[in-house]
Design a protein around this ligand. Sequence first.
Ligand SMILES: CC(C)(COP(=O)(O)OP(=O)(O)OC[C@H]1O[C@@H](n2cnc3c(N)ncnc32)[C@H](O)[C@@H]1OP(=O)(O)O)[C@@H](O)C(=O)NCCC(=O)NCCS
Length: 226
Amino acid sequence: MGTIIVGAGGHGRVVLDIFRQAHNVNPVGFIDANPALHGKFIDGVEVIGGAADIAALTAAGVDSALVAIGDNATRNIYAQALQANGIRLVNAIHPKACVADTARLGRNVVIAAGAVVCAHCRIGDSSIINTASIVDHESIIGRSAHVCPGARLAGRVTVEDFAFIGIGATVIQCLTIGRGSTVGAGAVVLRDVSAFTTVVGVPARVIRESAEALVPSAHAAKIRIA
Ligand SMILES: CC(C)(COP(=O)(O)OP(=O)(O)OC[C@H]1O[C@@H](n2cnc3c(N)ncnc32)[C@H](O)[C@@H]1OP(=O)(O)O)[C@@H](O)C(=O)NCCC(=O)NCCS
């Protein structure tokens, strides 16, 4: 039995390293939408094919996967498509991450090296808690969100589905970062951020607001697994 990593880019390499350091998953190949990568080896692991090849791989003994795609919406779409095809989604938890016993993690979650997930946090399916980031006590991270390297969330912060907390950003306690919103690199967030809004700076200010919701189903049709 083996596990595939969906996405052979930078995040895929990070996930492969976590699996190797954690010694708890057997990564047998990458899957990537870019045909130019097929047949190539990344850190000794072959890019076996694209999403259309996954059904054949399951017949050959692949039973699980982790979707290692940086884009939040795309990662969620692949994760749901894999699950719908009976493929188990696994987590990648770096052995040098610190995850509280009382924290609860969904599926297809990545907790990278040096990240700290404190007491009573909840991390939703397909979310990334990236290198050396901090998610402090009782914070709630929704589905397919990304807390980038070095970002810091104080206690009781809520990060809604598909939100992106940029590298080195800080969010003070008890705030809500809305669905699909973006917090720029290095921002210091002192107020709630509305859905589909981009904030930057210290203190964080709004630079963009969008009424446009993410529409995963529009992308889902492009992913053919079986
Ligand atoms: C916030 C962000 C998404 C905005 O990107 P964008 O939509 O392309 O915005 P632009 O580059 O057009 O910048 C718009 C304005 O915001 C400013 N700005 C953008 N990002 C900023 C940031 N992080 N901090 C302060 N100001 C920022 C720009 O200087 C520009 O100001 P101006 O209009 O006065 O010239 C991007 O700059 C950012 O910070 N991304 C995070 C990247 C990251 O964390 N990567 C880690 C991956 S693991």
